[in-house]
Design a protein around this ligand. Structure first.
Ligand code: FAD
Length: 467
């Protein structure tokens, strides 16, 4: 890797080589996982390059291709699987400065990959009372390109499903990693080539997303004596077609009281809760439904006095991966697992798994609508003891019919469905024939004969050489 020669080819571009800053920008939220923390702590790039335009991206990719230097794209580094970490060193390509919102029309927004999601919503709300369909709980910090390449869904998935579902991305412009990089416009089926591919097969330089009507969302927390009650309520609420919600998040006691410090005054230690975002025009009906379902409204932002609301994080920052973040801030030994409770047995499975690891696994659900059916993901908190025990818990979930998307692995396949994605692999052969984009993250590329059924963790050989 001739970094000096590369530098001279990149003359005039914004480059950072201060070792401390380079290391900082080579990291994401990998430390969420005690396993990834151990494996990836030493990982660092050689340079951070921050292009300001697609032309500059093309220049960087052509130069890196010429010198055989790996390139790992980065939005704002909030991914928590080590997705944006440069396992083979080289260049971290920060897209943060390509953050312009270029066009807003009825039902569509076009922007640069580095645009922060909350900034996009601010622009579309001001322009024409529209907002994005989905956002991660890292709304205020994550880039839209990072969400599309690294995320899966989030707030709004209760209405629109996941990011890779048809219609949730309209169009992407993608630059390939070749001697003469090409610019491709992907739509329809072709979007699956690069969505949730961790930037392993192309750099997203422009994004077009669908918009929906923007509403005032009211944060409400509903309390229940038992977690099963909160889970049943969440499922029934999600099926109320006349009630517009954006977030339905049941969480088992004592997690809310222990870790939601700023909300603690509204909560009781033994109370499980369901955190909700409700459209203001649905609120009266929502409260009537909640009364009938036997839930106790412990916090309602529409009626809470201003002094009670001061300093409270928004409801979505109690949900999705933020639940774990809040727990980690209080107790660093906490980690989590992401599972699916498949439709139509989700409630049965939730209750079964909830009772299986008392004092060790604490249920946290996110209700979603997939292919028209309501079901839920688990982002369950785990009192971490050893990696062997964590693997045992994973095996128990899977043996009971709840697939685990393992957040303690840095590869696409192990963090996903544990199988080769032929579409993404074929596109990598075409768009990155030298394998220079985000190396080590796609097992199918690194080791085509890898056996996903072996209980082993994939170890990328290049990882030993960096840092
Ligand atoms: P980064 O972390 O910088 O990058 C993510 C991946 O995308 C990396 O593989 C990177 O190489 C690649 N990438 C970035 N930009 C580009 C580009 N322009 N072209 C090609 N590849 C690119 N995820 C969810 O899906 N839903 C949630 O609700 C959610 N909540 C979270 C809460 C917390 C507290 C944390 C720490 C994480 C959460 N995540 C969630 C994960 C993460 O925040 C999201 O995936 C987020 O959208 C990533 O955006 P980013 O800009 O930080 O991306």
């Amino acid at each position: 890797m001739d970094i000096a020669a590369l530098r001279s080819d990149l003359d005039g571009l914004k480059i950072e080589d201060n070792a401390k800053i380079v290391q900082q920008k080579s990291r994401d939220f990998y430390w969420y996982s005690p396993v990834l923390k151990r494996q990836l702590d030493h990982v660092t790039a050689d340079l951070i390059v921050s292009p300001k335009s697609e032309e500059e991206v093309i220049r960087v990719l052509a130069a890196c291709h010429k010198h055989g230097v790996p390139v790992t794209p980065r939005g704002t580094g909030t991914g928590n699987y080590g997705q944006a970490m440069p396992l083979s060193g080289g260049v971290v390509l920060s897209l943060a400065e390509m953050n312009e919102v270029t066009s807003i029309t009825a039902g569509r927004v076009v922007c640069g990959p580095g645009a922060i999601i909350a900034d996009i919503d601010r622009a579309t709300r001001a322009h024409s009372a529209q907002e994005l369909r989905l956002h991660p709980s890292t709304y205020n910090t994550a880039s839209v390109g990072g969400f599309i390449a690294g995320g899966s869904g989030g707030v709004g998935s209760i209405n629109f499903g996941g990011l890779r579902d048809f219609g949730n991305v309209i169009r992407l412009r993608v630059v390939t990693m070749e001697a003469e990089p090409r610019v491709l416009e992907l739509t329809g089926e072709d979007l699956h080539k690069v969505t949730h591919a961790y930037g392993t097969n192309g750099i997203i330089t422009e994004v077009e997303l669908p918009l929906t009507a923007a509403y005032d969302w009211v944060d409400v927390i509903v309390g229940f004596d038992k977690f099963a009650g909160a889970a049943r309520y969440g499922n029934a609420l999600a099926r109320q077609d006349g009630l517009l919600t954006k977030l339905i998040t049941p969480i088992a006691a004592p997690v809310p009281w222990l870790y939601f410090k700023r909300h603690q005054k509204f909560l009781k230690e033994e109370q499980s809760i369901c955190v909700c975002m409700v459209a203001a025009h649905s609120l009266d009906a929502f409260l009537a439904f909640t009364r009938r379902a036997g839930g106790e409204v412990v916090y309602n932002a529409a009626t809470a006095p201003d002094e009670d609301k001061k300093g409270l994080p928004p409801a979505y920052e109690l949900a999705w991966n933020h639940t774990t973040l809040r727990a980690l801030r209080v107790d660093p030994s906490i980690t989590y697992l992401q599972s699916l409770y498949p439709f139509p047995n989700q409630l049965e499975l939730v209750e079964k798994m909830d009772g299986m690891f008392p004092g060790e696994v604490f249920s946290h659900l996110e209700f979603v609508r997939f292919d028209g059916d309501v079901t839920c993901f688990g982002l369950n908190l785990v009192n971490f003891t050893t990696e062997e025990r964590l693997d045992e818990i994973i095996r128990t979930f899977e043996a009971n019919g709840c697939p685990i998307f393992n957040p303690h692995r840095y590869t696409l396949e192990e963090g996903g469905m544990k199988q080769t994605d032929e579409v993404q692999l074929a596109f990598k052969r075409e768009a990155d024939p030298q394998g220079l984009l985000n190396p080590g993250k796609m097992i199918a590329w690194e080791d085509p004969d890898y056996d996903y059924r072996s209980d082993k963790t994939f170890l990328f050989r290049g990882l030993e050489k960096v840092g």
